[in-house]
Unconditional design. Structure first.
Length: 255
C-alpha cells in the first residue's frame, strides 16, 4: 500500500486507532473519508480538520453499510482503499449461563459481519481501480487468547484467516489485502483502557504503524514490535508462557 495519493474510507474512525490513523493518513497526502454513527462528532472532526470528509454509517446495520458505500463512491469515485476499522471489545463469562450471549452476538456482528459486509459493498468498485487495498484490523489476541474476552479473540482470529484467504483470492487482481495487527493500545475500547500502563500509547502505535506502511509498501501484516510477543508465541514454542503472562497481566490490571 502506498502511503499517499489514495482516497481512503475508514468506517469506525470517530475515535481511537481509527481516528488517529485517519488524521495521519490525511496529513500524509490522502483524501480521507471517515465514517461513524454520531453525526455531531463527525461534524466536529470535519470542522477541526479541513479536507476530511465524513459519512454516517452504522457498521452493525447491513442497510446502513450499503447506503454509506453508495454515498462514498458517488462523492469519491476515485476511492481505492477501505480500512475496515470498527470494532468492540466486551468481557464475557461463559461459566455463568445467560450472561454472555448478548455481548457475544454484538461482538460477532460488529467485528466480523461488519468487515464482511463492508468488503461486499465495495469490492466491485475496488476491483475496478488500478491500485486498490483492503485493510483489515485483527489483534494480537487473534494469536493468544485473553481469558475475559472470548468472542473478541475469536472474531479477531477469524479476521486474520479472512485476510489470509482473501489475499489468495485477489492474487492477480488490482486489490491487495493488508492486515493491521495491533497489540493492546491505550484507547477507550474498554472502560479505563486508555489509562492502562501496560498498553502501548496511541501516538506510539500510530507512529510505528505509519513508519511500517511507508518503509514496507508491500507488507501484508503490519506488526509493531510490541505485538510480536503475542503473534509468534506458537512459532517460538513458548505459547503457554505467553498466554500465562498475558492473562497474569490482565488480572493485575483488573485488581
Amino acid at each position: 500500500m502506498r502511503i499517499n495519493g489514495n482516497t481512503i474510507f475508514i468506517p469506525g474512525a470517530s475515535s481511537g486507532i481509527g481516528l488517529a490513523l485517519a488524521l495521519r493518513l490525511h496529513h500524509a497526502g490522502n483524501q480521507v473519508v471517515i465514517g461513524g454513527r454520531r453525526t455531531e462528532l463527525l461534524a466536529d472532526i470535519a470542522a477541526q480538520h479541513p479536507g476530511i470528509d465524513t459519512v454516517r454509517i452504522d457498521t452493525t446495520d447491513a442497510a446502513s453499510i450499503a447506503a454509506a458505500a453508495h454515498e462514498v463512491i458517488a462523492k469519491h469515485p476515485e476511492l481505492n482503499v477501505l480500512v475496515a476499522m470498527a470494532g468492540i471489545m466486551r468481557m464475557e463469562d461463559w461459566t455463568t449461563p445467560g450472561s454472555f450471549l448478548e455481548n457475544a452476538e454484538a461482538t460477532v456482528t460488529t467485528n466480523l459481519l461488519g468487515p464482511i459486509r463492508l468488503i461486499s459493498a465495495l469490492i466491485e468498485h475496488l476491483l475496478g481501480q488500478p491500485d486498490a487495498t483492503i485493510v483489515t484490523v485483527s489483534s494480537g489476541l487473534a494469536f493468544a487468547p485473553l481469558r475475559v474476552t472470548p468472542t473478541y479473540n475469536a472474531t479477531k482470529a477469524a479476521i486474520h484467516q479472512l485476510s489470509e484467504t482473501l489475499r489468495l483470492q485477489f492474487a492477480g487482481t488490482s486489490v491487495s489485502v493488508v492486515e493491521l495487527v495491533p497489540p493492546s493500545v491505550q484507547t477507550e475500547l474498554m472502560p479505563g483502557h486508555q489509562d492502562d500502563p501496560l498498553a502501548l500509547p496511541l501516538d506510539e502505535y500510530i507512529d510505528e504503524t505509519m513508519s511500517i506502511l511507508e518503509s514496507q509498501p508491500d507488507a501484508t501484516e503490519v506488526q509493531v514490535e510490541r505485538v510480536k510477543f503475542l503473534r509468534y508465541g506458537e512459532a517460538r514454542g513458548d505459547q503457554a508462557q505467553v498466554i500465562a503472562a498475558l492473562n497474569g497481566f490482565a488480572a493485575h490490571v483488573r485488581s
